[in-house]
Write a protein that binds this ligand. Structure first.
Ligand SMILES: Cc1ncc(CO)c(N)n1
Length: 219
């Protein structure tokens, strides 16, 4: 079985807890408050910046030219796609640079992004690539699970739409293939590090939704 299918199956409990998380339910039925959505967007702004950076650092750390190129492509499509879409959300909701500066990174965002950097420095590019995979894959699954659902709040629907478009799901398929290719070139110890990195990211994905509902802080 491919590495990706194996870790996908192993992490289905936490994966389904994300897909059925109250955060997703509140987005789709429109009952989420705007302060909660704003909280999420600002934390995700911190997250996405590091997420793109880790693609670039993993590209630098990779030996294989095809892997380097694909990671750089994925980083570029993040900047052109998701990060650009979020800028329009910020504008629409009136979230300013000052609002971002005034909002500290919260514990779960801090832990999740730190996990990805730690994975890269301690276990290398293959594990870092596995740690990046749940992010896009889960959001594509969330998008697919909301097929046919229309949120009464237009900006919530715009968020949902952004994870259903081919521009988003196309690169995810490439990333799954890339991770499987890297897993095939990695020994058993390396694959074990890849498995751990994937599981921990899947765990933090679920906690990220809860962080936003709780407006988690450092108190
Ligand atoms: C926390 C988190 N995970 C994944 C994605 C999708 O790239 C995102 N925007 N935020």
């Amino acid at each position: 079985m491919d590495f990706s299918q194996q870790v996908y199956q192993q992490n289905q409990t936490v994966w389904q807890e994300s897909i059925h998380h109250p955060f997703i339910k509140k987005l789709s039925d429109g009952s989420m408050t705007l302060p909660t959505f704003r909280y999420y967007l600002i934390q995700d702004h911190y997250y996405l910046r590091d997420f793109a950076r880790i693609h670039e650092l993993a590209a630098d750390a990779s030996q294989d030219q095809a892997v380097k190129t694909l990671l750089q492509e994925l980083a570029n499509s993040l900047h052109d796609g998701e990060i650009a879409t979020r800028k329009t959300f910020f504008k629409e909701l009136g979230i300013s640079q000052q609002d971002v500066v005034n909002t500290p990174i919260a514990p779960t965002t801090y832990a999740y992004t730190s996990h990805m950097y730690r994975t890269l420095t301690q276990a290398g590019a293959p594990a870092a690539i596995a740690g990046l995979l749940p992010c896009a894959w889960l959001y594509a699954d969330v998008g697919a699970s909301l097929q046919g659902v229309t949120s009464p709040v237009p900006i919530f629907q715009a968020w949902i739409d952004s994870y259903q478009s081919d521009d988003y799901t196309g690169p995810v398929a490439k990333q799954i293939k890339l991770t499987d290719q890297v897993a095939r070139q990695t020994d058993a110890t390396g694959r074990d590090a890849m498995t751990k990195a994937f599981s921990r990211s899947a765990y933090y994905e679920r906690d990220f939704w809860q962080m936003a509902l709780d407006h988690q802080d450092w108190q």
